[in-house]
Design a protein. Structure first.
Length: 100
C-alpha cells in the first residue's frame, strides 16, 4: 500500500554504486555477495536467510542494469553459482576518472 512522503522522518537519494566502485578489479563475486556489497557489508558477511533473499532481490536488477561493465564467469562447480566481475573497459574507465 502506498504511503505519503509525510509519513517518513526523512528521505534519501536513491544512489547506487557503479561496478568499478563496488568490485575489486581482480575478484569475481556471486549475486548474494554483490547484494552484501551494495549494502556496504563485506562480501562474506553473515546475514540471515530472509535478509539474504532481500539482498539478492536488489542485486539481480543491479547486475542487469550494469551488465555492459561486467564479465561473467561460469560456476566453479556443476551446481555452483555464477560469478561476476569488472569488464576490462570498466577498470580502464575508473582509472582514467581517477587521473591514473
Amino acid at each position: 500500500m502506498p504511503e505519503p512522503k509525510s509519513a517518513f522522518d526523512a528521505t534519501y537519494p536513491c544512489d547506487f554504486y557503479e561496478p568499478a566502485e563496488l568490485f575489486e578489479p581482480d575478484q569475481m563475486y556471486t549475486v548474494p555477495e554483490i547484494g552484501r556489497l551494495l549494502q556496504g557489508l563485506e562480501a562474506d558477511a553473515e546475514v540471515d536467510p530472509d535478509t539474504e533473499a532481500v539482498l539478492v532481490d536488489w542485486a539481480v536488477p543491479w547486475v542487469m542494469v550494469h551488465a555492459e561493465d561486467m564479465v561473467v564467469g561460469e560456476p566453479l562447480e556443476e551446481d555452483g553459482p555464477g560469478y561476476y566481475g569488472l569488464a576490462p573497459h570498466a577498470i580502464d574507465d575508473a582509472d582514467s576518472e581517477d587521473g591514473a
